[in-house]
Design a protein around this ligand. Sequence first.
Ligand code: ADP
Ligand code: AMP
Length: 220
Amino acid sequence: MIVIFFGPPGAGKGTQASRISEVLEVPQIATGDIFRGKSKENSQLGRKVKGFMEKGQLIPDEIVNEVVRERISKRDCKKGFILDGYPRTIDQAIYLDKALKDMGKEITAVIYLEVNEDEIVKRLSYRRTCNKCGAIYHLIFNPPRVSKVCDRCGGKLYQRKDDREEVIRERIGVYKEKTEPLLRFYHERGKLFKVNGNREIDDVAKEIMDILETVKKGDV
Ligand code: ADP
Ligand code: AMP
């Protein structure tokens, strides 16, 4: 199974991808997490990606594509994988199609989490992320059991630099301009499944699982 989680920043891609990855027992590949890791490195690439990320801009396609190709070629991706936050441009989508074709694979489904803009801002402003394992929380909708501590690994929770109001607005703008056109791209290829992401986390997860079961059975 190769599943892409698609939607605006804050739609719940990471939250859902993490759950579905556990259920399907395939790795979750979150490009945002990969580059947050790289941005901490004191290297030329680290400094470069940090600049883009802090401003809420996209990292250039050549850099992202190369990293993804390398990651999906690893052994743990043989049974399938979940992409969270990639592709984000038409060029990335074309690159991915070609890379998968070279590997004799194809996308199973693109899950589009549709969420309205007011909700996005509310979600991102109160998002907290674990600095150790990357688990995602929300101070109101999905709080940790102990304040500022990750339930899963005991790591410390922090607010991402790009989860501040001005950067959130920039990211939503970038999404609309560069990423939203992909909806048509995947719709035309019969891969797009729209899910109302404005609902409770459990309800959204259930609908996604139902869709994936149906796709797996070949009923669509
Ligand atoms: P994305 O990966 O699409 O940017 P996240 O999964 O990080 O989104 O979710 C953004 C924020 O919204 C997080 O704080 C998360 O806990 C919260 N969240 C995710 N899904 C829901 C939901 N269905 N209802 C309420 N809050 C949610
Ligand atoms: P995310 O964690 O998915 O919200 O991504 C955080 C930031 O990482 C984005 O704002 C971009 O700067 C960068 N990023 C993540 N994925 C991509 C991608 N596919 N293409 C370009 N930049 C990306």
